[in-house]
Design a protein around this ligand. Structure first.
Ligand code: DC
Length: 356
């Protein structure tokens, strides 16, 4: 099955939780904080006498064997339920934060949680945030991000949160504690904090939260694929023949559908075909042989038997062409039929939202 996980990893206090929950809200999909799952184990273990000095796999084994942990859908979104309760501020104390970093380095704890985290990703889209989501838990995640910011900026943000820092601590001390936590998380042997292969790195040091969320939404809601212009696509003037742009739109749409698990062959098996009924193309600038183009695709609408797909083609930052393609959904006898529900659901992340 194709992964519909949006993985957001990054160091402590980089703003992952705030960004991930806002992004998930925007797309109307669940959000999971895996850091809270680690914190919950530390919180329960701490109640059973485990501390930073004695934390070990042996001591944690009995804790894990009777620990009930799940995410429950509530009116306030997905909430972490631990032994029948919904702990929140308890997970953010300095004591729990320090023990969490220690127990997160214990392989048995990571294995126990990795099973739970993989179970949480069902067939729908989900945002999951942590340290190793794109690298270890879902190396095949549909989209991977690494969100970071300078230790100084992160210290400022952490100080604005309640509970996490020792009262009276200075900005320098908090920044140093954050750098120490980074070292611990990135130098541990099991699942160290690192940038996953294929992840987009976003440094939010100079951004307000709204701006960072905006960057994520833009990156998630448009499918992108690259295309290097071959000589054969150019005309006697040395530029891309205009009709090829429509083919590039096709390429973008095919890749977009493929990214959510639908190939034309799959659709054929489902008994549906989606031929082009109409296409528009506004030409702004030429592309040339060997240019590396980025094809952006998104869904303008998907209703009844019609899907309208928007396309923009860029060379670097320069917009070359913009257009749309309307597809009609037909069955084997060429009768218009409703778009398959599972196709609309799978593509939901690319469906243009009103507030954009
Ligand atoms: O994201 P956070 O600050 O709530 O994470 C708390 C701790 O858990 C932090 O020390 C890193 C660790 N962690 C981890 O090792 N792997 C994850 N996937 C998530 C968090």
């Amino acid at each position: 099955m194709v992964s519909r996980v949006i993985a957001i990893d990054g160091p402590a206090a980089s703003g992952k939780s705030s960004v991930a929950s806002r992004v998930a809200d925007y797309f109307g999909i669940p959000y999971i904080s895996t850091g809270s799952m680690y914190r919950a184990i530390a919180y329960v273990a701490s109640g059973e006498g485990v501390d930073c000095g004695n934390a070990s796999a042996e001591l944690l084994k009995p804790v894990l064997s009777k620990l009930q942990m799940s995410y429950v859908a509530t009116a306030n979104g997905m909430q972490l339920c631990v032994n029948g309760k919904f702990p929140t501020s308890e997970l953010r104390s300095e004591k729990v934060a320090a023990l969490t970093s220690v127990i997160a380095a214990i392989p048995e704890v990571r294995i126990w949680l990795s099973v739970k985290q993989r179970e949480l990703a069902g067939a729908g889209w989900i945002v999951m945030e942590g340290r190793d989501i794109g690298s270890e838990i879902f190396p095949d995640a549909a989209m991977k991000f690494y969100l970071t910011a300078s230790p100084w900026v992160r210290a400022k943000r952490r100080m604005a949160q309640k509970g996490e820092t020792v009262s009276g601590a200075t900005l320098e001390e908090v920044a140093e504690a954050i750098s120490a936590r980074d070292r611990q998380d990135s130098q541990r042997k099991v699942s160290p904090l690192k940038i996953a292969d294929g992840a987009t790195v976003i440094d939010s040091s100079d951004f307000e939260l709204d701006e960072t969320v905006g960057v994520f939404i833009k990156l998630i809601s448009r499918h992108r694929c690259e295309y290097r212009v071959p000589y054969a696509d150019t005309d006697q003037m040395g530029v891309v023949y205009y009709a090829n742009y429509l083919e590039y739109f096709e390429r973008g749409r095919t890749e977009m559908l493929r990214s959510v698990g639908f190939s034309y062959r799959d659709m054929e098996k489902m008994g549906v075909f989606m031929p082009v009924a109409e296409a528009t193309c506004h030409y702004y600038a030429p592309a040339r042989y060997d240019d590396l183009l980025t094809i952006h695709s998104w869904i303008i609408s998907a209703r009844g038997a019609r899907m309208v797909i928007g396309s923009e083609i860029y060379c670097g930052d320069k917009l070359l062409v913009k257009g749309s393609v309307t597809l009609g959904c037909i069955d084997g006898s060429r009768k218009l039929v409703r778009l398959p529900e599972n196709l609309i659901k799978a593509c939901s992340i690319y469906l243009e939202r009103e507030e954009k």
